[in-house]
Design a protein around this ligand. Structure first.
Ligand SMILES: [Mg+2]
Length: 296
């Protein structure tokens, strides 16, 4: 059964790849993959602080503990090694703490089971899973997730800006390397946000959640003939690092709350090291140590 599901999933990824990668050509020897949310675009804090957290407090009626719940939501999703975790995993972890500390959460085990066993954690997969089932907590989780999406859409444009230094950094990177956006956000949202600030012109391909996982996208990009040591992933979350690591490419972290410094640093020293081949080793090790320290 498992292998059947895996085979189908691969076939699906193949199909996605053919469409999205169509027209992409390797132009340079170097490739830089860049994550969007929380890396190039300053969108993570606002989404979590004004949308994810408040919707959770609203749906589960946690107003009485709203400061504590929001604080833990932020820590889990933004400021520790679980930064960038899937929203449903973040939800389950937060509700588990709420259940222990503040208020009994009915049906929590059912949410845990779905989160730990589902092939995909998304609104669509949750809807499919609920077909023919009546389940209150899963229904609430879906309502929460859809409410979050609506609120994110309603955020004003100026709440979704790039970090200072991104344009300058991208400009320099794009002169030397092909640039791929590798993100698990929605394709349309990425294109709109990057276009709005004139950043799209410094990119060669946009790989979003529809293109497959970040690790899968990097794997496909490597098939265009880049040397692994000439491919760099820039990201802000442990998941970005894992995607880079699993493909044997280099990683440069954008540090949360120090994003501007991180972008000026890649411009001042990281990019040169990458281009002359001295990035790997001590320099990368130091960056990753800082990254881990910053998230603990
Ligand atoms: Mg990110």
């Amino acid at each position: 059964m498992t292998s059947y599901i895996t085979r189908n999933y691969e076939a699906l990824e193949e199909r996605r790849m053919t469409d999205i990668f169509e027209g992409f050509k390797k132009k340079k020897d170097y490739l830089v993959c860049i994550d969007s949310d929380g890396c190039a675009m300053d969108t993570m804090d606002i989404k979590h602080i004004s949308c994810f957290g408040p919707c959770l407090i609203y749906i589960w009626e946690l107003e009485k503990w709203k400061d504590q719940v929001q604080k833990r939501w932020n820590e889990i999703n933004l400021y520790t090694m679980s930064r960038g975790i899937n929203r449903f995993k973040g939800l389950e972890a937060t509700l588990r703490e709420v259940d222990t500390r503040y208020k009994k959460i009915d049906g929590l085990e059912e949410l845990t089971t779905w989160v730990n066993t589902a092939e995909e954690l998304s609104n669509n997969s949750l809807k499919e899973y609920m077909e023919g089932r009546r389940n209150q907590i899963l229904q609430m989780a879906l309502e929460w997730s859809e409410r979050v999406n609506r609120q994110v859409e309603m955020l004003p444009k100026k709440a979704k800006m790039p970090f200072p230094g991104v344009e300058k950094g991208l400009q320099a990177i794009h002169q030397a390397a092909d640039v791929a956006i590798v993100s698990s956000a929605n394709q349309q949202a990425i294109i709109e946000e990057w276009k709005e600030y004139g950043l799209l012109e410094y990119t060669d391909i946009v790989l979003s959640q529809d293109a497959g996982s970040k690790s899968y996208c990097i794997k496909r990009l490597l098939t265009y003939g880049y040397e692994k040591e000439q491919v760099l992933m820039i990201g802000d979350a442990p998941g970005d690092w894992e995607a880079a690591n699993s493909n044997g490419i280099l990683y440069y972290p954008i540090l949360v709350k120090k994003e501007m410094n991180s972008w000026s640093r890649i411009l001042d020293e990281g990019l040169d090291k990458f281009l002359i081949g001295s990035y790997k080793g001590t320099y990368q090790k130091q960056r990753i140590e800082e990254f881990e320290e910053n998230l603990t």
